[in-house]
Design a protein around this ligand. Structure first.
Ligand code: BES
Ligand code: MN
Ligand code: ZN
Length: 495
Protein backbone atom coordinates (compact mmCIF):
# COMPACT_ATOMS: atom_id res chain seq x y z
CA UNK A 1 0.00 0.00 0.00
CA UNK A 2 1.16 3.49 -0.84
CA UNK A 3 0.13 6.60 1.06
CA UNK A 4 0.51 10.23 0.04
CA UNK A 5 -0.70 13.54 1.47
CA UNK A 6 -2.57 16.21 -0.46
CA UNK A 7 -4.45 19.39 0.21
CA UNK A 8 -6.78 21.10 -2.27
CA UNK A 9 -10.16 20.41 -3.74
CA UNK A 10 -11.60 16.99 -2.91
CA UNK A 11 -14.35 17.49 -5.51
CA UNK A 12 -11.77 17.55 -8.30
CA UNK A 13 -10.01 14.28 -7.43
CA UNK A 14 -9.87 11.66 -10.17
CA UNK A 15 -10.00 8.78 -7.81
CA UNK A 16 -11.51 5.31 -7.45
CA UNK A 17 -13.25 6.57 -4.35
CA UNK A 18 -13.38 9.80 -2.37
CA UNK A 19 -14.22 9.28 1.29
CA UNK A 20 -15.96 12.10 3.17
CA UNK A 21 -17.65 12.41 6.55
CA UNK A 22 -21.16 13.33 7.65
CA UNK A 23 -21.95 14.33 11.23
CA UNK A 24 -25.13 13.32 13.02
CA UNK A 25 -28.11 15.42 11.96
CA UNK A 26 -27.02 14.91 8.32
CA UNK A 27 -24.41 17.63 8.65
CA UNK A 28 -21.69 17.32 6.00
CA UNK A 29 -18.01 17.92 6.86
CA UNK A 30 -16.15 20.61 4.88
CA UNK A 31 -14.90 18.21 2.20
CA UNK A 32 -18.36 16.71 1.92
CA UNK A 33 -19.79 20.18 1.40
CA UNK A 34 -17.32 20.79 -1.43
CA UNK A 35 -18.48 17.61 -3.15
CA UNK A 36 -22.08 18.51 -2.54
CA UNK A 37 -21.58 21.91 -4.16
CA UNK A 38 -19.78 20.45 -7.19
CA UNK A 39 -22.52 17.86 -7.69
CA UNK A 40 -25.31 20.45 -7.46
CA UNK A 41 -26.53 19.18 -4.06
CA UNK A 42 -26.64 15.52 -5.03
CA UNK A 43 -25.30 14.59 -1.59
CA UNK A 44 -27.81 16.78 0.24
CA UNK A 45 -30.50 15.08 -1.80
CA UNK A 46 -29.37 11.61 -0.67
CA UNK A 47 -29.10 12.75 2.96
CA UNK A 48 -32.57 14.26 2.81
CA UNK A 49 -33.96 10.87 1.76
CA UNK A 50 -32.63 9.51 5.06
CA UNK A 51 -30.16 6.96 3.68
CA UNK A 52 -27.43 8.16 6.07
CA UNK A 53 -28.16 10.00 9.30
CA UNK A 54 -24.55 10.45 10.33
CA UNK A 55 -24.51 7.73 12.98
CA UNK A 56 -20.88 6.96 13.85
CA UNK A 57 -19.39 4.19 11.71
CA UNK A 58 -22.32 3.82 9.28
CA UNK A 59 -21.32 4.15 5.62
CA UNK A 60 -23.04 4.73 2.28
CA UNK A 61 -21.50 4.28 -1.17
CA UNK A 62 -22.62 6.59 -3.99
CA UNK A 63 -21.88 6.07 -7.69
CA UNK A 64 -21.86 8.43 -10.68
CA UNK A 65 -22.26 11.70 -8.86
CA UNK A 66 -22.76 14.45 -11.47
CA UNK A 67 -20.00 17.06 -11.68
CA UNK A 68 -17.50 14.94 -9.75
CA UNK A 69 -14.77 12.98 -11.58
CA UNK A 70 -14.32 10.30 -8.88
CA UNK A 71 -15.81 6.85 -9.63
CA UNK A 72 -17.38 6.60 -6.19
CA UNK A 73 -18.09 8.71 -3.13
CA UNK A 74 -18.11 6.97 0.24
CA UNK A 75 -20.04 8.79 2.96
CA UNK A 76 -19.01 7.91 6.51
CA UNK A 77 -21.07 8.70 9.60
CA UNK A 78 -19.06 10.65 12.21
CA UNK A 79 -21.53 10.82 15.10
CA UNK A 80 -22.08 14.05 17.03
CA UNK A 81 -19.80 16.87 15.96
CA UNK A 82 -19.24 18.05 19.53
CA UNK A 83 -18.09 14.57 20.55
CA UNK A 84 -15.76 13.96 17.63
CA UNK A 85 -12.63 12.84 19.52
CA UNK A 86 -10.00 10.19 19.02
CA UNK A 87 -12.23 7.18 19.62
CA UNK A 88 -14.83 8.43 17.13
CA UNK A 89 -12.14 9.26 14.61
CA UNK A 90 -10.64 5.75 14.83
CA UNK A 91 -14.10 4.21 14.46
CA UNK A 92 -14.87 6.35 11.42
CA UNK A 93 -11.59 5.58 9.65
CA UNK A 94 -11.89 1.86 10.42
CA UNK A 95 -15.43 1.82 9.03
CA UNK A 96 -14.18 3.59 5.90
CA UNK A 97 -11.36 1.05 5.51
CA UNK A 98 -13.83 -1.82 5.79
CA UNK A 99 -16.24 -0.28 3.28
CA UNK A 100 -13.39 0.49 0.87
CA UNK A 101 -12.29 -3.13 0.95
CA UNK A 102 -15.76 -4.16 -0.20
CA UNK A 103 -15.51 -1.97 -3.32
CA UNK A 104 -13.37 -2.66 -6.38
CA UNK A 105 -11.49 0.62 -5.97
CA UNK A 106 -7.72 0.30 -6.26
CA UNK A 107 -7.11 3.89 -5.16
CA UNK A 108 -8.90 6.26 -2.82
CA UNK A 109 -8.76 9.79 -1.46
CA UNK A 110 -9.65 9.83 2.21
CA UNK A 111 -10.94 13.20 3.44
CA UNK A 112 -11.36 12.25 7.10
CA UNK A 113 -7.86 13.46 7.97
CA UNK A 114 -9.01 17.03 7.26
CA UNK A 115 -11.69 17.03 9.98
CA UNK A 116 -10.75 18.63 13.33
CA UNK A 117 -10.38 16.04 16.11
CA UNK A 118 -10.47 17.20 19.73
CA UNK A 119 -6.99 17.48 21.25
CA UNK A 120 -5.27 15.83 18.27
CA UNK A 121 -3.23 17.34 15.44
CA UNK A 122 -2.80 16.37 11.80
CA UNK A 123 0.19 14.13 12.55
CA UNK A 124 -1.88 12.01 14.85
CA UNK A 125 -4.79 11.86 12.42
CA UNK A 126 -2.57 10.84 9.51
CA UNK A 127 -0.71 8.18 11.47
CA UNK A 128 -3.95 6.66 12.73
CA UNK A 129 -5.55 6.74 9.30
CA UNK A 130 -2.59 4.74 7.98
CA UNK A 131 -2.80 2.27 10.88
CA UNK A 132 -6.56 1.80 10.53
CA UNK A 133 -6.46 1.40 6.75
CA UNK A 134 -3.62 -1.12 6.97
CA UNK A 135 -5.58 -2.94 9.67
CA UNK A 136 -8.58 -3.13 7.38
CA UNK A 137 -6.48 -4.39 4.48
CA UNK A 138 -4.75 -7.16 6.49
CA UNK A 139 -5.35 -10.73 5.36
CA UNK A 140 -3.86 -14.02 6.42
CA UNK A 141 -4.43 -16.53 3.62
CA UNK A 142 -1.05 -18.10 3.08
CA UNK A 143 -2.25 -21.46 4.40
CA UNK A 144 -5.26 -21.70 2.06
CA UNK A 145 -4.69 -24.06 -0.86
CA UNK A 146 -6.13 -21.55 -3.33
CA UNK A 147 -5.71 -17.81 -3.05
CA UNK A 148 -9.13 -16.29 -2.27
CA UNK A 149 -10.91 -14.79 -5.28
CA UNK A 150 -8.97 -11.67 -5.65
CA UNK A 151 -11.01 -8.61 -6.12
CA UNK A 152 -8.85 -5.69 -7.05
CA UNK A 153 -7.46 -4.54 -3.76
CA UNK A 154 -6.71 -1.04 -2.54
CA UNK A 155 -3.18 -0.03 -3.47
CA UNK A 156 -2.95 3.76 -3.31
CA UNK A 157 -4.43 6.05 -0.71
CA UNK A 158 -4.30 9.83 -0.67
CA UNK A 159 -4.90 11.35 2.75
CA UNK A 160 -6.42 14.78 2.47
CA UNK A 161 -5.35 17.56 4.82
CA UNK A 162 -7.03 20.93 5.28
CA UNK A 163 -4.02 23.16 4.63
CA UNK A 164 -1.00 23.08 2.37
CA UNK A 165 1.41 23.75 5.22
CA UNK A 166 0.37 20.47 6.84
CA UNK A 167 1.69 18.34 3.99
CA UNK A 168 5.31 17.95 5.09
CA UNK A 169 4.40 16.93 8.65
CA UNK A 170 1.68 14.70 7.24
CA UNK A 171 4.18 12.88 5.07
CA UNK A 172 6.44 12.18 8.03
CA UNK A 173 3.45 10.95 10.04
CA UNK A 174 2.39 8.66 7.17
CA UNK A 175 5.87 7.18 7.04
CA UNK A 176 5.84 6.56 10.76
CA UNK A 177 2.35 5.04 10.53
CA UNK A 178 3.49 2.75 7.73
CA UNK A 179 6.59 1.59 9.65
CA UNK A 180 4.44 0.78 12.67
CA UNK A 181 1.71 -0.84 10.56
CA UNK A 182 4.26 -3.15 8.95
CA UNK A 183 5.59 -4.09 12.37
CA UNK A 184 2.01 -4.82 13.47
CA UNK A 185 1.44 -6.95 10.35
CA UNK A 186 4.61 -8.97 11.03
CA UNK A 187 3.47 -9.62 14.60
CA UNK A 188 0.05 -10.72 13.30
CA UNK A 189 1.54 -13.05 10.70
CA UNK A 190 3.78 -14.75 13.25
CA UNK A 191 0.93 -15.00 15.77
CA UNK A 192 -1.49 -16.45 13.24
CA UNK A 193 0.93 -19.11 12.02
CA UNK A 194 0.08 -22.37 13.81
CA UNK A 195 2.44 -24.29 16.05
CA UNK A 196 3.43 -26.83 13.42
CA UNK A 197 4.72 -24.00 11.23
CA UNK A 198 5.84 -21.46 13.79
CA UNK A 199 8.32 -23.46 15.89
CA UNK A 200 11.16 -21.98 17.97
CA UNK A 201 13.45 -22.71 15.01
CA UNK A 202 11.13 -20.83 12.64
CA UNK A 203 11.00 -17.82 14.98
CA UNK A 204 14.80 -17.80 15.10
CA UNK A 205 15.00 -17.96 11.29
CA UNK A 206 12.59 -15.05 11.00
CA UNK A 207 14.70 -13.02 13.43
CA UNK A 208 17.83 -13.73 11.40
CA UNK A 209 16.01 -12.72 8.17
CA UNK A 210 14.76 -9.51 9.76
CA UNK A 211 18.26 -8.76 10.99
CA UNK A 212 19.74 -9.16 7.53
CA UNK A 213 17.17 -6.90 5.90
CA UNK A 214 17.29 -4.16 8.53
CA UNK A 215 20.85 -4.16 9.81
CA UNK A 216 20.04 -5.67 13.19
CA UNK A 217 22.65 -7.92 14.78
CA UNK A 218 21.04 -11.28 15.55
CA UNK A 219 22.45 -14.17 17.52
CA UNK A 220 20.62 -17.43 18.18
CA UNK A 221 21.79 -19.38 21.23
CA UNK A 222 21.25 -23.15 21.06
CA UNK A 223 20.52 -25.67 23.83
CA UNK A 224 24.23 -26.15 24.66
CA UNK A 225 24.85 -22.43 25.10
CA UNK A 226 21.65 -22.00 27.07
CA UNK A 227 22.89 -24.76 29.38
CA UNK A 228 26.22 -23.01 29.77
CA UNK A 229 24.42 -19.84 30.84
CA UNK A 230 22.68 -21.84 33.57
CA UNK A 231 19.13 -21.10 32.43
CA UNK A 232 17.70 -24.00 34.39
CA UNK A 233 14.13 -22.69 34.35
CA UNK A 234 13.98 -22.03 30.61
CA UNK A 235 15.43 -25.47 29.91
CA UNK A 236 13.02 -27.10 32.37
CA UNK A 237 10.10 -25.94 30.21
CA UNK A 238 11.81 -27.06 27.00
CA UNK A 239 12.43 -30.61 28.28
CA UNK A 240 9.05 -31.98 27.21
CA UNK A 241 9.37 -30.88 23.60
CA UNK A 242 10.98 -32.51 20.56
CA UNK A 243 11.59 -29.03 19.16
CA UNK A 244 14.92 -27.56 20.27
CA UNK A 245 14.66 -24.34 22.31
CA UNK A 246 16.22 -21.12 21.01
CA UNK A 247 17.32 -17.99 22.79
CA UNK A 248 17.06 -15.25 20.20
CA UNK A 249 19.11 -12.11 20.85
CA UNK A 250 18.72 -9.06 18.60
CA UNK A 251 20.72 -5.85 18.89
CA UNK A 252 19.65 -2.69 17.08
CA UNK A 253 22.31 -0.01 17.24
CA UNK A 254 20.78 3.34 16.27
CA UNK A 255 22.11 5.41 19.16
CA UNK A 256 25.47 6.41 20.54
CA UNK A 257 27.95 3.54 20.79
CA UNK A 258 27.78 3.13 24.55
CA UNK A 259 24.35 4.53 25.29
CA UNK A 260 22.54 2.00 27.52
CA UNK A 261 19.88 0.18 25.50
CA UNK A 262 16.22 -0.43 26.13
CA UNK A 263 15.64 -4.18 26.31
CA UNK A 264 12.45 -5.86 25.08
CA UNK A 265 11.90 -9.41 26.28
CA UNK A 266 9.12 -11.44 24.63
CA UNK A 267 7.53 -14.71 25.73
CA UNK A 268 8.01 -17.15 22.87
CA UNK A 269 5.98 -20.26 23.74
CA UNK A 270 5.16 -21.47 20.22
CA UNK A 271 2.52 -23.80 21.67
CA UNK A 272 1.32 -24.08 25.26
CA UNK A 273 -0.35 -27.42 26.04
CA UNK A 274 0.14 -26.74 29.74
CA UNK A 275 2.65 -29.60 29.95
CA UNK A 276 1.92 -32.31 32.56
CA UNK A 277 -0.56 -29.86 34.16
CA UNK A 278 -2.31 -30.18 30.82
CA UNK A 279 -4.95 -27.73 29.63
CA UNK A 280 -8.54 -28.76 28.81
CA UNK A 281 -9.21 -29.35 25.08
CA UNK A 282 -11.62 -26.44 24.49
CA UNK A 283 -9.96 -23.60 22.60
CA UNK A 284 -6.54 -25.11 23.15
CA UNK A 285 -5.75 -24.20 19.53
CA UNK A 286 -5.53 -20.59 20.71
CA UNK A 287 -2.37 -21.47 22.61
CA UNK A 288 -0.55 -21.13 19.28
CA UNK A 289 -0.82 -17.42 20.14
CA UNK A 290 1.34 -17.93 23.22
CA UNK A 291 4.31 -16.48 21.33
CA UNK A 292 2.62 -13.14 20.66
CA UNK A 293 4.95 -11.42 23.11
CA UNK A 294 7.88 -12.63 21.03
CA UNK A 295 6.08 -11.59 17.85
CA UNK A 296 5.59 -8.09 19.25
CA UNK A 297 9.32 -7.83 19.92
CA UNK A 298 10.09 -8.79 16.30
CA UNK A 299 7.40 -6.43 14.98
CA UNK A 300 8.69 -3.54 17.10
CA UNK A 301 12.31 -4.18 16.07
CA UNK A 302 11.17 -4.04 12.45
CA UNK A 303 9.26 -0.79 13.00
CA UNK A 304 12.06 1.04 14.78
CA UNK A 305 14.70 -0.15 12.30
CA UNK A 306 12.51 1.09 9.42
CA UNK A 307 12.19 4.46 11.18
CA UNK A 308 15.94 4.40 11.90
CA UNK A 309 15.31 5.58 15.44
CA UNK A 310 18.43 7.04 17.05
CA UNK A 311 18.63 4.77 20.11
CA UNK A 312 19.89 1.33 21.08
CA UNK A 313 17.40 -1.49 21.55
CA UNK A 314 17.97 -5.12 22.47
CA UNK A 315 15.31 -7.76 21.77
CA UNK A 316 15.51 -11.07 23.63
CA UNK A 317 13.18 -14.00 23.00
CA UNK A 318 13.26 -17.30 24.86
CA UNK A 319 11.45 -19.65 22.47
CA UNK A 320 10.19 -23.17 23.18
CA UNK A 321 7.08 -25.32 23.19
CA UNK A 322 5.42 -26.37 26.45
CA UNK A 323 4.64 -30.07 25.98
CA UNK A 324 3.93 -33.11 28.15
CA UNK A 325 6.17 -36.13 27.63
CA UNK A 326 8.39 -38.68 29.29
CA UNK A 327 11.09 -36.12 29.82
CA UNK A 328 8.83 -33.22 30.80
CA UNK A 329 9.02 -31.40 34.14
CA UNK A 330 6.57 -32.57 36.79
CA UNK A 331 4.68 -30.66 39.48
CA UNK A 332 6.94 -30.49 42.52
CA UNK A 333 10.19 -30.44 40.55
CA UNK A 334 12.71 -27.90 41.80
CA UNK A 335 14.99 -26.13 39.33
CA UNK A 336 17.71 -23.50 39.60
CA UNK A 337 17.39 -20.29 37.62
CA UNK A 338 20.24 -18.39 35.98
CA UNK A 339 20.01 -15.93 38.88
CA UNK A 340 20.82 -18.75 41.31
CA UNK A 341 17.37 -18.62 42.95
CA UNK A 342 15.53 -21.96 43.09
CA UNK A 343 11.92 -22.48 42.01
CA UNK A 344 9.43 -25.19 42.92
CA UNK A 345 7.32 -25.82 39.84
CA UNK A 346 3.87 -26.46 41.29
CA UNK A 347 2.08 -26.08 37.97
CA UNK A 348 3.80 -26.75 34.64
CA UNK A 349 1.21 -24.54 32.92
CA UNK A 350 2.72 -21.47 34.59
CA UNK A 351 5.61 -21.79 32.12
CA UNK A 352 5.77 -18.24 30.73
CA UNK A 353 7.31 -16.83 33.91
CA UNK A 354 9.78 -19.74 33.92
CA UNK A 355 11.26 -18.91 30.53
CA UNK A 356 11.06 -15.15 31.09
CA UNK A 357 12.86 -15.15 34.44
CA UNK A 358 16.07 -16.46 32.88
CA UNK A 359 15.83 -14.09 29.92
CA UNK A 360 15.32 -11.21 32.37
CA UNK A 361 18.51 -12.21 34.19
CA UNK A 362 20.31 -12.52 30.86
CA UNK A 363 19.61 -8.89 29.85
CA UNK A 364 21.36 -7.61 32.99
CA UNK A 365 24.61 -7.89 31.04
CA UNK A 366 23.53 -4.93 28.87
CA UNK A 367 23.12 -2.62 31.89
CA UNK A 368 19.86 -1.57 30.24
CA UNK A 369 18.26 1.86 30.70
CA UNK A 370 14.91 0.06 30.94
CA UNK A 371 13.52 -3.43 30.37
CA UNK A 372 10.02 -4.17 29.12
CA UNK A 373 8.81 -7.74 28.92
CA UNK A 374 5.76 -8.67 26.89
CA UNK A 375 3.87 -11.88 27.54
CA UNK A 376 0.56 -13.70 27.15
CA UNK A 377 1.13 -14.58 30.76
CA UNK A 378 -2.13 -15.24 32.61
CA UNK A 379 -5.73 -16.15 31.91
CA UNK A 380 -6.53 -14.04 34.98
CA UNK A 381 -5.51 -10.93 33.02
CA UNK A 382 -8.40 -11.55 30.62
CA UNK A 383 -10.76 -11.79 33.60
CA UNK A 384 -9.42 -8.54 35.07
CA UNK A 385 -9.27 -6.25 32.02
CA UNK A 386 -11.03 -8.12 29.22
CA UNK A 387 -9.84 -7.50 25.68
CA UNK A 388 -9.46 -3.72 25.80
CA UNK A 389 -6.46 -2.87 27.94
CA UNK A 390 -3.14 -4.62 28.38
CA UNK A 391 -2.13 -5.10 32.01
CA UNK A 392 0.95 -3.15 33.01
CA UNK A 393 3.11 -3.90 36.07
CA UNK A 394 6.30 -2.03 36.88
CA UNK A 395 8.96 -1.51 39.53
CA UNK A 396 9.30 2.10 38.33
CA UNK A 397 6.38 4.55 38.29
CA UNK A 398 8.19 6.78 35.82
CA UNK A 399 8.55 3.92 33.33
CA UNK A 400 4.92 2.93 33.91
CA UNK A 401 3.78 6.48 33.11
CA UNK A 402 5.85 6.52 29.93
CA UNK A 403 4.28 3.30 28.73
CA UNK A 404 0.74 4.36 29.63
CA UNK A 405 1.20 7.59 27.68
CA UNK A 406 2.65 5.71 24.70
CA UNK A 407 -0.38 3.42 24.76
CA UNK A 408 -2.74 6.43 24.73
CA UNK A 409 -0.99 8.02 21.77
CA UNK A 410 -0.87 4.75 19.89
CA UNK A 411 -4.50 3.88 20.72
CA UNK A 412 -3.08 0.61 22.07
CA UNK A 413 -3.85 1.18 25.71
CA UNK A 414 -2.48 -0.32 28.90
CA UNK A 415 -3.72 -0.07 32.49
CA UNK A 416 -1.44 0.20 35.51
CA UNK A 417 -1.89 -2.74 37.92
CA UNK A 418 -0.56 -2.87 41.50
CA UNK A 419 2.64 -4.65 42.44
CA UNK A 420 2.63 -3.93 46.16
CA UNK A 421 4.77 -5.91 48.60
CA UNK A 422 1.68 -7.45 50.21
CA UNK A 423 1.13 -9.48 47.05
CA UNK A 424 4.59 -11.04 47.33
CA UNK A 425 3.36 -13.10 50.30
CA UNK A 426 1.50 -15.40 47.88
CA UNK A 427 4.79 -16.94 46.75
CA UNK A 428 5.94 -19.29 49.53
CA UNK A 429 7.53 -22.72 49.14
CA UNK A 430 8.58 -25.35 51.71
CA UNK A 431 11.12 -26.83 49.32
CA UNK A 432 12.67 -24.08 47.20
CA UNK A 433 13.18 -20.32 47.40
CA UNK A 434 9.68 -19.83 46.00
CA UNK A 435 7.07 -21.60 43.86
CA UNK A 436 6.00 -20.62 40.34
CA UNK A 437 2.36 -20.05 41.36
CA UNK A 438 0.34 -18.51 44.18
CA UNK A 439 -3.35 -19.11 44.89
CA UNK A 440 -5.97 -18.26 42.27
CA UNK A 441 -6.60 -14.84 43.80
CA UNK A 442 -4.88 -12.04 41.89
CA UNK A 443 -3.24 -14.53 39.53
CA UNK A 444 -1.86 -11.88 37.16
CA UNK A 445 -0.32 -9.98 40.04
CA UNK A 446 1.40 -13.00 41.58
CA UNK A 447 2.80 -13.83 38.13
CA UNK A 448 4.20 -10.28 37.99
CA UNK A 449 5.54 -10.71 41.54
CA UNK A 450 7.39 -13.81 40.39
CA UNK A 451 9.04 -11.86 37.56
CA UNK A 452 9.85 -8.94 39.87
CA UNK A 453 12.26 -11.21 41.74
CA UNK A 454 14.49 -11.24 38.67
CA UNK A 455 14.38 -7.57 37.73
CA UNK A 456 15.91 -5.73 40.66
CA UNK A 457 18.89 -4.47 38.65
CA UNK A 458 17.02 -2.07 36.32
CA UNK A 459 13.79 -0.12 35.76
CA UNK A 460 11.37 -2.77 34.56
CA UNK A 461 7.83 -3.11 33.26
CA UNK A 462 5.80 -6.19 32.39
CA UNK A 463 2.98 -6.07 29.85
CA UNK A 464 0.50 -8.94 30.25
CA UNK A 465 -1.13 -9.15 26.82
CA UNK A 466 -3.19 -12.31 27.44
CA UNK A 467 -6.41 -10.39 26.70
CA UNK A 468 -5.20 -8.15 23.92
CA UNK A 469 -2.79 -10.15 21.72
CA UNK A 470 -5.50 -11.98 19.82
CA UNK A 471 -9.22 -12.17 19.18
CA UNK A 472 -11.36 -15.30 19.57
CA UNK A 473 -14.54 -16.34 17.80
CA UNK A 474 -15.47 -15.38 14.25
CA UNK A 475 -12.68 -12.79 14.10
CA UNK A 476 -10.10 -15.19 15.48
CA UNK A 477 -6.65 -13.84 14.80
CA UNK A 478 -3.65 -12.02 16.21
CA UNK A 479 -4.04 -8.27 16.78
CA UNK A 480 -0.38 -7.25 16.56
CA UNK A 481 -0.68 -5.54 19.95
CA UNK A 482 1.32 -4.01 21.60
CA UNK A 483 3.65 -3.18 18.69
CA UNK A 484 2.10 0.29 18.33
CA UNK A 485 2.46 1.01 22.06
CA UNK A 486 6.10 -0.15 22.12
CA UNK A 487 6.95 1.76 18.94
CA UNK A 488 5.54 4.97 20.38
CA UNK A 489 7.39 4.39 23.63
CA UNK A 490 10.67 4.07 21.72
CA UNK A 491 9.94 6.99 19.38
CA UNK A 492 9.52 9.17 22.44
CA UNK A 493 12.65 7.76 24.09
CA UNK A 494 14.66 8.46 20.95
CA UNK A 495 13.52 12.09 20.76
N1 BES B 1 -0.39 -18.89 28.15
C1 BES B 1 -1.12 -19.06 29.36
C2 BES B 1 -1.96 -17.83 29.70
C3 BES B 1 -3.24 -17.68 28.94
C4 BES B 1 -4.29 -18.55 29.13
C5 BES B 1 -3.40 -16.59 28.11
C6 BES B 1 -5.46 -18.35 28.45
C7 BES B 1 -4.59 -16.39 27.45
C8 BES B 1 -5.63 -17.27 27.62
C9 BES B 1 -0.15 -19.30 30.53
O1 BES B 1 0.98 -20.01 30.21
C10 BES B 1 -0.90 -20.09 31.53
O2 BES B 1 -1.26 -21.19 31.22
N2 BES B 1 -1.13 -19.51 32.70
C11 BES B 1 -1.88 -20.15 33.70
C12 BES B 1 -1.23 -19.86 35.04
C13 BES B 1 -1.79 -20.66 36.18
C14 BES B 1 -1.42 -22.11 36.03
C15 BES B 1 -1.24 -20.09 37.49
C16 BES B 1 -3.29 -19.61 33.69
O3 BES B 1 -3.49 -18.42 33.50
O4 BES B 1 -4.23 -20.40 33.81
MN1 MN C 1 0.69 -22.10 30.34
ZN1 ZN D 1 1.64 -19.90 28.29
Amino acid sequence: MEFSIKSGSPEKQRSGCVVVGVFEGRKPSASCQAIDAASKSAVTEVLRKGDLEGVLGKTLLLHNLPGVPADRILLVGLGREREFGEAAYRTAVSAAAKALKATGASDATVCLTDIPVKRRDTDWKVEHAVLAIMEGAYRFDRLKSKPPENKRSLRKVVLHVARRNEIAAGERAAERGMAIAEGVALAKDLGNLPGNHCTPTYLAEQAVELGKRHGIKVEVLEQKEIEKLGMGCFLAVARGSRQPPKLIVMEYHGGKRDAPPVALVGKGITFDTGGISIKPAGEMDEMKFDMCGAASVLGTMKAIATMRLPLNVVGVIPATENMPGGNAIKPGDVVTTMSGQTVEILNTDAEGRLILCDALTYVEKYKPAAVVNIATLTGAMVIALGHVATGLFANSDALARELIAAGENAWDRAWHMPLWDEYQDALKSNFADFPNIGSRAGGSITAACFLSRFTKAYPWAHLDIAGTAWKSGADKGATGRPVALLSHFLVRRAA
